[in-house]
Design a protein around this ligand. Structure first.
Ligand SMILES: O=P(O)(O)OC[C@H](O)CO
Ligand code: FES
Length: 479
């Protein structure tokens, strides 16, 4: 296989997919190269899903610029892509005078970064508006334009819209060598495929330092920094209405408590440097740290409500800021690296910035057929009874519930497969089948059946996330 492109993006996380989608606004042949079987397999599937206001990053940094720009456009892009985004606001809570001073610093920094609406609220205001928070809280910084989204659904939506507009995404393409051939980069995969491209963009997340080195470009280091989380069952009444942060420390923004757009409660993350870039284990120590710190803010937090735990790995750069630049020595090689928090918020603005930069560089014309709109899969759980009836008449499989915890129909699972899901996790992230209270105990075998039927492969070929993560084996004993 060999294909020739104008632009190739390495890595199909939220940043890579945002850049890819923005590139399709121009008349360019573009692709993304992804080593896994699906999009959002790295940090994009395991983070807090927070759309930050922009008071945290130091003024003048790329983090500050793209955080604020990203926040400003987030609602519009989510609207175009039919992705949930709720601007619920956030509080940073302070427990003593020292922390109240930190709130003041954050307020001033936020103003310098161009963040609107920041206010320090009194203890009374906090208790009136967030009655379940600890009575030891003395004040809080309120940011009305902070919000929440679903990070992997956003990545999927960007991917689908990029494909709709003519981009290619090549999966299972693990980049192992990058060479120059005249004006082209030749990018080789571990399984002996290659593509050629005029511009190469490095969005390889925790592996971005290795890719930059492979291209002979800037040397930097990405340190994997893990964060562990709890997800709580959907409560009858949300214990918090906003994203609740504690004051940041040198370890980051600290452990937060937030509603998710899907109606669960998310608690985490801690912050620990680890040796392996792939070590997404959770540990008792890490989870205990998360729970204790979160309980300080929300004393009613109970482990009885936990339905699952997970960890995600931040791509922390040794430069202390996002690395977003064309390489000084390797022309047409662009690093978009070290995109740790607030990377999700920044991703949409980074996409626009890079696509404009590349279009100028290649003198590309506008793609007049670009369609910014993408429609989400119709969801059984979201429709009224009349709408459900109408859908079931049109598509009988809409009336067959596969995941009873999250009320996901067979129609939704088949639709997710048509749109590119190939694994159990791919189905889970697109439909929520497996994300309910029983964590897939009931629905996973049925999802395997549907994947096997729709893809025309045996059930033993179905994986959780590709790369040998098989669920079933052939029967090898007895009759
Ligand atoms: O601890 P930080 O600063 O990396 O931030 C992690 C937050 O959960 C970001 O949403
Ligand atoms: S039935 Fe799907 S998560 Fe419980």
């Amino acid at each position: 296989m060999s294909r020739i492109y104008d632009v190739a993006v390495i890595g199909a996380g939220v940043v890579g997919m945002s850049i890819l989608r923005e590139l399709t606004r121009y008349r360019l042949k573009v692709c993304s190269l992804e080593k896994m079987e699906d999009v959002a397999e790295g940090a994009s599937k395991a983070n807090s899903g927070i759309v930050h206001a922009g008071y945290d990053p130091i003024e003048g940094t790329k983090k500050a610029r793209f955080n604020v720009e990203g926040n400003n456009i987030f609602a519009d892009v989510c609207n175009e892509l039919d992705v949930e985004y709720k601007m619920i606001g956030s509080l940073v809570v302070a427990f003593d005078d020292y922390e109240i001073n930190v709130l003041e610093e954050l307020l001033q920094r936020g103003k310098r970064n161009g963040v609107k609406g920041l206010e320090i609220k009194s203890q009374e205001w906090v208790f009136e508006n967030e009655p379940n928070l600890s009575r030891n809280i003395k004040a809080a910084l309120f940011a009305p334009y902070s919000g929440i989204t679903n990070p992997y659904k956003l990545t999927v939506a960007l991917f689908e819209n990029a494909i709709q507009n003519g981009a290619d995404v090549i999966f299972r393409f693990e980049v192992c060598k990058i060479e120059k051939d005249g004006d082209y980069f030749v990018v080789h995969s571990a399984d002996s495929r290659f593509i050629k491209t005029r511009v190469l963009i490095n969005c390889a997340g925790v592996h971005a330092d290795e890719i930059s080195k492979m291209a002979g470009a800037k040397l930097f280091k990405i340190y994997p920094r893990r964060g562990q989380y709890y997800i709580l069952d959907k409560p009858e009444k949300m214990p918090v209405a906003r994203v609740i942060f504690q004051v940041p420390t040198e370890k980051g923004k600290g452990i937060l408590v937030t509603p998710t757009v899907d109606g669960n409660v998310l608690v985490g993350p801690n912050s620990e440097y680890i040796d392996s870039k792939d070590d997404t284990a959770t540990t008792q120590e890490g989870l205990d740290e998360v729970f204790e710190k979160a309980r300080k803010v929300l004393p009613s937090l109970s482990k009885r409500d936990v339905i699952t735990i997970f960890s995600g790995i931040r791509a922390t750069p040794d430069t202390h800021d996002f690395i977003i630049e064309e390489d000084e020595d390797v022309k047409n090689f662009i690093n978009v690296a070290g995109i740790e928090s607030p990377g999700l918020t920044a991703s949409l603005a980074i996409g626009r910035y890079i696509a404009e930069l590349v279009s100028r560089k290649l003198n590309a014309k506008r793609n007049l057929n670009f369609n910014p709109y993408r429609e989400d899969i119709k969801r059984f759980s979201k429709l009224s009874d009349e709408e459900k009836e109408r859908m079931i008449k049109l598509y009988p499989s809409f009336g067959n519930i596969v995941c009873r915890c999250e009320l996901v129909s067979e129609y939704e699972i088949v639709e997710a497969i048509k749109r590119g899901a190939r694994t159990i996790d791919g189905i889970k992230r697109r439909t929520r089948a497996g994300m309910g209270r029983c964590q897939g105990g009931f629905c996973t075998p049925r999802v395997i059946d549907i994947l096997s039927r729709e893809l025309g492969v045996s059930k033993t070929q179905i994986t959780k996330f590709g790369k040998g993560s098989y669920i079933l084996t052939e029967k090898r004993w007895g009759k």
